[in-house]
Design a protein around this ligand. Structure first.
Ligand code: PAF
Length: 281
């Protein structure tokens, strides 16, 4: 497995693959890899010839006061070993100055799908995500890129950015990977105390219950969000948001809605977790 720190080297690697008629699959990550990432890699590997994974903790996407940028878990050696195990062909592991040599004054802003949910709670977050993903697409030149459904809003925003800006990249959204008790895999799960970790599956339990209510015909979204709120609050967590939206446009559901997104963000102690479920009507 190759590990590249410089833009020109990863780009040369990708171009070499293309010259040989290979398709390039790409999984962008911020490292601290877990089973969720491995499933994205598997998906990308199945749909391309050469698999590239980036490992870059992107300072531009951490919200107010840099959130947890400094303490965000970094374990590049372990990550590289895990990439090799998962048949990654090349890891792109740039330093901050390689990606942002100067303070950038150009931004990529998606301002429709980004306005609610995490975009409301974390101002500037999606601007930073779009910025780095656009840069990584221009650097890595992938044919396909895989994102996880756990970050549903992020995946939809990237799809829209790719469409709006004509990036020649196919976006694939892969299902959320969960621990045995239902907790969605996330690098931030590492921050949870043992007590918080025990309570955290309440998020998915309450989402599954909400989906059942929806399927059974309950259309009063206030009733459903109220019950999710109650369950999560009873577990001791602080709700950031609970939203039921049209899964395509991330706006309130109406008669035309075909897929419903039920999305939650909640704080277990200082750790903010997100999760969602999509119900097809
Ligand atoms: O989902 C993530 O890990 C990040 O937001 C991403 C897509 C790698 C951009 O930094």
């Amino acid at each position: 497995m190759n590990i590249f720190e410089r833009i020109e080297d990863i780009r040369a690697f990708s171009l070499e693959g293309k010259r040989n008629g290979k398709t390039i699959g790409f999984v962008p990550t911020m490292g601290c890899l877990h089973k969720g990432h491995f499933s994205l890699m598997k998906e990308a590997k199945a749909k391309s010839d050469v698999l590239i994974v980036s490992n870059f903790v992107n300072p531009a996407q951490f919200g107010a006061n840099n959130e947890d940028y400094q303490k965000y878990p970094r374990m590049p050696e372990q990550d590289n070993a895990l990439c090799a195990e998962n048949k990654v062909d090349a890891v792109f592991f740039p330093g901050k100055d390689e990606i942002y040599p100067l303070q950038n004054s150009t931004w990529v802003i998606e301002d429709e799908l980004s306005s609610g949910l995490c975009g409301r709670s974390r101002p500037g977050h999606f601007r930073g995500v779009c910025m780095v993903v656009a840069k990584l697409f221009n650097i890595v030149l992938p044919d396909i890129a895989v994102f996880g459904q756990k970050d549903y809003q992020q995946a939809k925003i990237i799809e829209k950015m790719v469409y709006d800006l004509n990036f020649p990249v196919k976006i694939i959204i892969a299902p959320t990977v969960r621990d045995n008790d239902g907790l969605a895999m996330s690098s931030r799960n590492k921050y949870l105390s043992p007590e918080e970790r025990k309570k955290a599956p309440t998020i998915f339990e309450s989402l599954e219950n909400a989906a059942r209510q929806f399927v059974a015909g309950e259309k009063r979204t206030n009733e459903i969000t109220g019950e999710i709120r109650l369950r999560i609050s009873q577990s001791g967590a602080k709700v950031d948001y609970i939203e039921i939206l049209d899964a395509e446009i991330l706006k309130p559901i109406d008669g035309k809605t075909k897929k419903v997104l039920i999305a939650v963000a909640a704080f277990f102690g200082a750790t903010r977790l997100i999760d969602n479920i999509v119900v097809t009507l």
